[in-house]
Design a protein around this ligand. Structure first.
Ligand code: PDD
Length: 282
């Protein structure tokens, strides 16, 4: 069965969803995206994803084409039409279509695209074994809090990860880990404190990150939002990453150095279980 996409007001077969060459998303990376996980056909933690979408659009001066209620209705309908059980819903909004010029009218109709992707989120093999990461320099711009579709630095980081035979790259700036190419980075210090970088323009405010921090706090775990170095990460008791597409994923090696004996750590394993339990209950 062909996947169904949403394009500018209509649900169409994905193969028939076409965007003009003059779309600013294509020419300039001038757009915003958002990804919400779907578990058992239900959108996971969607409200903060829509809030981040609204904020990202606002930060680059694109009017949000839909209310949160409309977005939710469109996402839900797309999930239904695709019969999606577990996976992701992708949203992209670009500034629209105009003759190639850095500037364009401020009132262009936005391009709105949505599609779904099936993905094993609940029990992927990687969650049992953990994943290895390599580090790369963080080559991105200075507004990483905006979920922009300009993802060249992340594509290069992922290529470096693939070349090293691993799943993810952690980006490093001034000796400190910023985040993963498409995930938030966490370590668990030898004293069991959960450490992640504080929010700023240097990282994306991960929705899963926030949910996991709240969950950890509710379970009486100690948290510390501060910068951490690559050396500290390699010497950590445990490490993990979070994202809508991985949920909570153990990290078991960094640049070829095993973390926590090279196996998913107990706290990370608990956090993943707790997160899935919360997701099921929501
Ligand atoms: N990436 N940091 C970066 C740079 C990301 O691209 C992502 C998500 C995250 C995690 O955010 P969240 O928990 O809200 O998914 C952190 C998505 C999944 C992607 O681009 O595929």
């Amino acid at each position: 069965m062909s996947r169904i996409a949403y394009l500018n007001g209509a649900f169409v077969p994905l193969a028939e969803a076409r965007i003009p060459v003059m779309d600013r998303g294509f020419l300039f990376g001038d757009g915003i995206y958002e990804i919400t996980a779907v578990l058992a056909g239900r959108l996971l933690d969607n409200a903060p994803h829509l809030a981040r979408l609204a904020r990202s659009l606002g930060e680059i001066g694109i009017a949000n084409p839909h209310t949160d209620a409309d977005w939710t209705r469109l996402q839900t309908e797309l999930v239904r039409r695709n019969g999606l059980h577990d996976g992701l819903v992708y949203i992209e909004v670009t500034r629209g279509v105009f003759e190639r010029d850095f500037l364009c009218p401020t009132d262009l109709p936005q391009t709105v695209v949505m599609f779904t992707q099936e993905k094993e989120l609940r029990d992927p093999p990687a969650a049992r074994t953990g994943v290895a990461v390599v580090t790369v320099p963080d080559l991105r711009w200075q507004r990483r809090d905006i979920k922009s579709v300009s993802l060249l630095a992340q594509v290069l980081a992922k290529q470096a990860a693939r070349a090293a035979g691993v799943a993810e790259a952690w980006m490093v700036e001034d000796g400190y880990v910023t985040e993963g190419a498409s995930s938030s980075a966490f370590i668990i210090a030898p004293d069991r404190r959960i450490v992640t970088r504080p929010l700023s323009t240097a990282v994306l405010p991960g929705i899963t990150r926030n949910a996991v921090l709240k969950l950890a706090e509710r379970h009486g775990l100690r948290l510390e939002q501060r910068l951490f170095t690559l050396a500290e990460a390699q010497g950590a008791a445990e490490a993990f990453l979070t994202s809508a597409s991985s949920l909570v994923m153990p990290v078991v090696a960094i640049d070829g150095r095993p973390v926590g004996g090279g196996h998913p750590g107990p706290l990370t394993t608990d956090l993943r279980k707790l997160y899935l339990k919360l997701a099921e209950a929501s």
